[in-house]
Design a protein around this ligand. Structure first.
Ligand SMILES: [Fe+2]
Length: 343
């Protein structure tokens, strides 16, 4: 740990009651002794309990079919999510007109995110209609088990097959120790060769075996050579998935205009691409403090922030960069869907 990290020491205990997940960055979260005595398990159990209570309150806003699918699988998949005319108009718009964009590289994969902040979609009626449609966002709140405002982008994943530069997203993993929601509305057909999302159905369910597996890993996670595990995003292999009693991972090969909303406490990955691929989707994510008793009061809904999340995030990244803390996302020129990456 860097000496400067000790400046944050008073925060370590406070962060136990937050969504903080890094075993390496927080010596309390990473303590083998505390985790042997149940710290990580207690956080998983309490977060799961609170999510269940909040989810019950959010159920009134989603369809019974969605509730049943989520309960069984941990994700909801809906074909033809948008009216076809609106979907075509959105795609035409994104292919012809650029949006403010940021890119990051992980291995041989470049991910681009383009802003859907309200000022950026001003005068673009199809994108505005999409953002005004509450169905996706209500479903995300239910799956995440929290209220609040998802962060929404147009995302393009440009992947080159290159085993010498592995993409950490290709390994089955859970994002963190509690329910969070990610959503993909696919703008093109996704075939088996297009790096589809892989999800282990039912792996959002915290079985005794799963809890035991997390408990075991939590005692050594801080020193794990895999930085993703040390950061709290546990990796798992297929044999262990089967041993824990979960079903076979399912590849989401779907036609365009399919929506997938998944709880990413469940195990998931991006299938490695066997050939160069370029896949675009409207992508949204929602993650909040998992211990909150309420569904309201989200920072993202405050005046000056609501509808401007990408702008505010870019401003924060810019500020951090002035203090030498570089995030993974790089500013790039405004891009259309079909434009090549800049990094
Ligand atoms: Fe993930």
């Amino acid at each position: 740990m860097k000496p400067i990290s000790y400046l944050a020491a008073p925060l370590w205990a406070v962060l136990l009651a937050s969504g903080a997940k890094s075993f390496r960055a927080n010596p309390l979260l990473g303590s083998a002794w505390l985790n042997r005595h149940g710290l990580h398990m207690a956080r998983v159990r309490l977060a799961g309990h609170m999510a269940k209570k909040r989810r019950a309150r959010l159920a009134a806003f989603v369809d019974a079919d969605d509730i049943a699918d989520y309960a069984r699988d941990g994700f909801v998949l809906r074909h033809n999510f948008l009216p076809p005319a609106l979907f075509d108009e959105i795609r035409r718009d994104l292919e012809s007109h650029p949006l403010r964009s940021w890119e990051r590289r992980e291995g041989a994969t470049v991910t681009r995110r383009a802003s859907l902040d309200r000022p950026d979609v001003d005068g673009r009626p199809a994108l505005t209609a999409f953002l005004d449609d509450k169905r996706l966002f209500d479903l995300m709140r239910y799956v995440a088990g929290c209220g609040g405002e998802p962060l929404t982008h147009v995302q393009t994943v440009i992947a080159e097959p290159d085993p010498s530069r592995p993409d950490p997203q290709n390994t089955l993993h859970m994002d963190t120790f509690h329910s969070t929601a990610k959503a993909w509305l696919y703008l093109q057909d996704v075939g088996p060769e297009d790096g589809p999302l892989l999800y282990v159905p039912g792996s959002h369910l915290i079985t005794p075996g799963r809890l035991e597996w997390e408990h075991d890993l939590s005692m050594r996670a801080a020193r794990d050579p895999d930085p993703e595990i040390a950061a709290g995003s546990f990796r798992i292999d297929r044999d262990t998935v089967a041993r824990l009693g979960y079903r076979e991972p399912l590849a989401m090969t779907v036609p365009a205009n399919t929506l997938v909303v998944a709880d990413t406490h469940g195990f998931h990955a991006r299938c490695a691409s066997a050939r160069p691929t370029c896949r675009s989707e409207i992508y949204a994510s929602l993650r909040r403090n998992p211990f909150l008793p309420v569904t309201g009061m989200h920072l993202h809904t405050m005046p000056g922030i609501r509808g401007k999340l990408s702008t505010r995030q870019a401003q924060i990244d810019g500020l951090l960069e002035r203090f030498g803390i570089r995030g993974p996302w790089k500013d790039v020129p405004a891009k259309r869907l079909v434009d090549p990456p800049s990094i």
